[in-house]
Write a protein that binds this ligand. Structure first.
Ligand SMILES: NC(=O)c1ccc[n+]([C@@H]2O[C@H](COP(=O)([O-])OP(=O)(O)OC[C@H]3O[C@@H](n4cnc5c(N)ncnc54)[C@H](OP(=O)(O)O)[C@@H]3O)[C@@H](O)[C@H]2O)c1
Length: 278
C-alpha cells in the first residue's frame, strides 16, 4: 500500500487528508494519506527515514517549512526561486521538494476562467509574504507583463519585488486607486478577511469592469473582499479551489495518477470549512 502524510507541530486541522483520501478512494488506489505530528527536533530524522516509515512523500506545514529547506538535498526550480516548499517526494530515489501554492493558484484561476491569458496583463498583489512570492513566480512564468505589490510594510514589498525582474514593482498603499485603473487581476494574499475579520482596506471602484478579484483566504469561503467585488459586478475567485489544485501536484508524484478537482470534492471540503455550505 502506498502512503503519504502531512507533517507539522502541532498538527493543525489540516484538510489535506480529506482531499487525498477522497482521491485515493475515487481512483481505486490502495493507499493512505495520514497526519503525523513531528516535533522540530524530530524533523531531520523523520525526513531522512521517510522511506523506512513507508511513505512516498509528505506535505510540510508549520513550523517545518524553513528547516526542511536545509534538510532536503534536491530542491526544484520553484523552491529555489520562492524560498519555500510544501511538498516532499522522491525523484529517482533522491529526497526532493517543490512548492505547489503558485501552481494551485494558477490552475484554480484557469479552471474558473479558462480564457484568462496572463500575457500583456497587469496584476496587483496585496501582501508580500510566502504565498505572494509563490503566486508572483507562477504569474510571471505564465507571461504576466506587470505585477504591482501592495503591502502594509512597504519595505517588505520592495524586498520581494527586488527578487524578480523589472516587471514587478512595489506600490505604496496610498497609490492603490490610481494603480488599479489598469489592473485586470487583483489577488489578496494577506490574512485579512479570515474568519469574520474585515478584508483588505482597498477601494474596488477604479478596477476595470473586466477585472477578476481573487482571494486566497478560504475561511470563510466567501470573504468580505469577494462580496464587495461581486456587488460591483466583478468576476471573483475564492481560495478553496487553490487548496484543492495545489494538492494535485503532490498526489500525482506520490501515487502516480493525476487526480481531478471536481465539484463533488469542492463540496466535500467546503462543507468541512462551513457546515452550512450547500
Ligand atoms: N488557499 C490556499 O491554498 C492558501 C495557500 C497558502 C496560504 N493561504 C492563506 O494566505 C494567507 C497568507 O499566507 P502567507 O503564508 O503568505 O502569510 P505570510 O507570509 O505571513 O504573509 C502575510 C501577509 O499578510 C499581511 N498582513 C497580515 N496581517 C495584516 C493586516 N492586519 N493588515 C495588513 N496586512 C496584513 C502581511 O503584511 P506585513 O508584511 O506588513 O506584515 C504579509 O504581507 C493566510 O491567510 C493563509 O491561510 C491560502
Amino acid at each position: 500500500m502506498k502512503k503519504a502524510c502531512v507533517i507539522g507541530f502541532p498538527i493543525s486541522h489540516s484538510r489535506s487528508p480529506l482531499i487525498h483520501n477522497y482521491w485515493l478512494k475515487r481512483l481505486g488506489i490502495a493507499g493512505l494519506y495520514e497526519k503525523r505530528e513531528v516535533r522540530p527536533e524530530q524533523l531531520a530524522h523523520f525526513l531522512s527515514h521517510l522511506r523506512e516509515e513507508g511513505y512516498e512523500g509528505c506535505n510540510v506545514t508549520i513550523p517545518h517549512k524553513e528547516a526542511a529547506l536545509r534538510l532536503i538535498p534536491n530542491l526544484d526550480a520553484v523552491v529555489r526561486k520562492t524560498g519555500s516548499l510544501n511538498t516532499v517526494y522522491f525523484d529517482g530515489g533522491k529526497l526532493s521538494a517543490t512548492s505547489t501554492d503558485g501552481e494551485g493558484f494558477y490552475q484554480n484561476l484557469l479552471s474558473a476562467y479558462p480564457r484568462f491569458d496572463a500575457k500583456a496583463q497587469k496584476a496587483i498583489i496585496l501582501g508580500a509574504g510566502g504565498s505572494a512570492r509563490a503566486i508572483i513566480e507562477r504569474l510571471l512564468r505564465a507571461g504576466m507583463a506587470e505585477i504591482a505589490i501592495v503591502n502594509r510594510t512597504v519595505a517588505r514589498a520592495e524586498e520581494l519585488a527586488g527578487l524578480f525582474g523589472p516587471a514587478v514593482r512595489s506600490v505604496d498603499p496610498d497609490h492603490f486607486d490610481s494603480e488599479s485603473k489598469t489592473a485586470t487581476l487583483l489577488v489578496n494574499t494577506t490574512s485579512q478577511g479570515m474568519a469574520g475579520q474585515p478584508g483588505p482596506d482597498v477601494e474596488l471602484s477604479s478596477l476595470p469592469s473586466s477585472a477578476i478579484v481573487a482571494d486566497i483566504v478560504y475561511v470563510p469561503l466567501k470573504t468580505e473582499l469577494l462580496r464587495r467585488a461581486e456587488a460591483r459586478g466583478l468576476a471573483t475567485l475564492g481560495g478553496l479551489g487553490m487548496l484543492l489544485h495545489q494538492a494535485v501536484v503532490g498526489f500525482e508524484k506520490w501515487f502516480g495518477q493525476k487526480p481531478a478537482v471536481t465539484e463533488e470534492l469542492y463540496r466535500l471540503v467546503a462543507r468541512d470549512v462551513d457546515p452550512e455550505f450547500r
